[in-house]
Design a protein around this ligand. Structure first.
Ligand code: LFR
Length: 489
């Protein structure tokens, strides 16, 4: 049997891709059929996503994909487009790295104390949570004219099918969902002045989400009835669904532009200690909770690369990582959870400033800066997993690294060293695989069971194991550095 083919649309902050996954009862074959850049556009002082360019990428990708049994869409969280009463998009969605949300948490705190906001939603404070974006947009003509709000993957699905819905895993990134009821929180919506009627009905991963419109069939050359299936439309939900874990005591780090480090739980942790540790409770597929912390991730390095290039000294990544690997370990480290690193631009200088402020040597050149970033990320991974264990009262035996960071061997090894735990790295395309797996389950191609999917991925994917070593610093050196970052943050 050759299996059934599914198309996964996976939109990331720096590129989008369309992949096909051919799934049989004991095989998964994932192929990238189209990749396109996602380049934000600054216009009128605001940083936007170019959603029409993304949609064109989706159409081109579906054409490349050829006949499929179903299509699923996932993307980054929190961002949205507004529709008018005719269902037409009102303006380009704003990028979560735009600074319009500055000061909005304080504004919302006037009507709802942060403690209560956390106890109700379980979401970690990130300045760009949808609720703060809506607070920032409160008096805008656009929001006043809006009839509906669609999160980015739901917007793409709507354009493909004409059907509107709000997929739950991504809805949980709005900070308007109560993770205990897995439904909207009226308390938070009222306090924030958000009309919940803006959101189309909730749907769950695996639910049908319409069929490709005739116009889309024309554009893509596809034929017949092609269903769109709701998946874990938050990319991190899809990525965690594809963590190839076969043991109970596992942690994951979904790496890419961000590092999302934490645990999969069956219940949220809504304690005050958890709020203070800035841990989030996002909703996952199959009624799970993703208990994790957002860490700046490889964004730090991507932005450094962009700066070096614009300064006329472009770097080649493989060579840079090789050189970074032989730099002195733990020479200078920064807090990779610091929101100061959120906006784009001048990253090497901002890292230098952070080192200076904490009395550490300033990295001398790109290789040392890269080493500083990777050591700092490994430390942030360790701190997040230490905190997760304590706050959720569990024990971690193995750390699964999935997402783009899987290709960064030095980061994987440093993470194993910093955590003192084995790291299992792979798959790199976890979000697309999780997307495909949910579709395959919904269409009865594989058993409707998350554990079975993980076992299948574990058995069939090439995974790489990293044992903790002292090659890049003794356990004591890592502990000292971790304590220093903790004290400074
Ligand atoms: C990762 C991610 C994170 C979310 C951030 C912004 O791609 O989805 O989970 O916090 O992007 O939406």
């Amino acid at each position: 049997r050759s299996g059934a083919r599914f198309a996964a649309v996976d939109l990331g902050a720096s590129s989008g891709r369309v992949m096909t996954g051919t799934v049989g009862p004991s095989s998964v074959d994932l192929r990238e059929v189209h990749r396109f850049p996602n380049r934000p556009v600054r216009l009128g002082g605001t940083l936007h996503w170019d959603v029409l360019a993304l949609y064109r990428g989706v159409l081109d990708g579906l054409r490349e994909a050829g006949p499929v049994a179903s299509v699923g869409v996932d993307s980054w969280g929190v961002d949205y487009g507004l529709l008018d009463a005719d269902g037409v998009l009102l303006g380009n969605p704003v990028h979560y790295r735009d600074d319009r949300t500055e000061g909005m948490a304080d504004r919302l705190a006037e009507s709802l104390p942060p403690q209560e906001l956390y106890a109700t939603t379980g979401l970690q404070y990130l300045p760009f949570n949808t609720v703060y974006q809506l607070t920032a947009a409160r008096d805008s003509a656009q929001l006043a004219a809006a009839q509906q709000l669609l999160l980015v993957p739901d917007l793409m699905s709507y354009w493909l099918t004409g059907v509107r819905g709000t997929e739950l895993t991504n809805a949980s990134t709005t900070q308007l969902i109560d993770p205990r009821t897995r439904d909207w929180s009226r308390t938070v919506a009222e306090a924030a002045g958000v009309r919940l009627s803006l959101f189309p009905p909730l749907r769950l991963p695996g639910d049908p989400a319409g069929e490709l419109l005739p116009e889309v069939l024309d554009e893509t050359g596809l034929e017949g009835h092609v269903p769109v299936t709701a998946v874990g439309s938050h990319d991190t939900a899809s990525a965690v669904a594809a963590v190839p874990a076969v043991t109970k005591g596992f942690a994951y780090i979904a790496t890419g532009t961000w590092s999302l480090a934490g645990l999969e739980l069956t219940r949220p942790v809504l304690t005050e200690a958890s709020r203070q540790a800035n841990f989030t409770n996002e909703l996952g597929v199959d009624g799970t909770v993703r208990y994790l912390r957002n860490i700046m991730g490889l964004w730090l390095l991507q932005e450094c690369m962009r700066s070096w290039e614009s300064e006329g000294r472009p770097q080649e990544l493989a060579a840079l990582l090789r050189e970074a690997g032989s730099c002195a370990p733990l020479r200078s480290v920064v807090d990779a959870g610091d929101p100061a690193f959120l906006p784009p631009g001048r990253m090497p200088q901002r890292i230098d400033d952070a080192c200076r402020r904490s009395g550490q040597p300033v990295p001398d050149g790109p290789a040392e800066a890269t080493r500083c970033v990777l050591d700092s990320l490994a430390l942030a991974h360790r701190l997040a997993l230490e905190d997760a264990q304590r706050l959720a009262d569990t024990e971690i035996e193995v750390v699964h690294v999935v997402g783009g960071g899987v290709h960064n061997e030095l980061l994987c090894q440093l993470t194993a060293d910093a955590c003192g735990l084995p790291v299992v790295a792979g798959p790199a395309e976890a979000a697309a695989l999780g997307n495909v797996a949910v579709q395959a389950r919904a269409h009865g191609v594989i058993g409707d069971d998350a554990g079975l999917v993980r076992r299948l991925l574990y058995d069939t994917l090439p995974l790489r194991r990293y044992e903790p070593s002292a090659d890049h610093g003794s356990p004591q050196a890592w502990s000292r550095a971790a304590a220093a970052v903790r004290a400074g943050s």
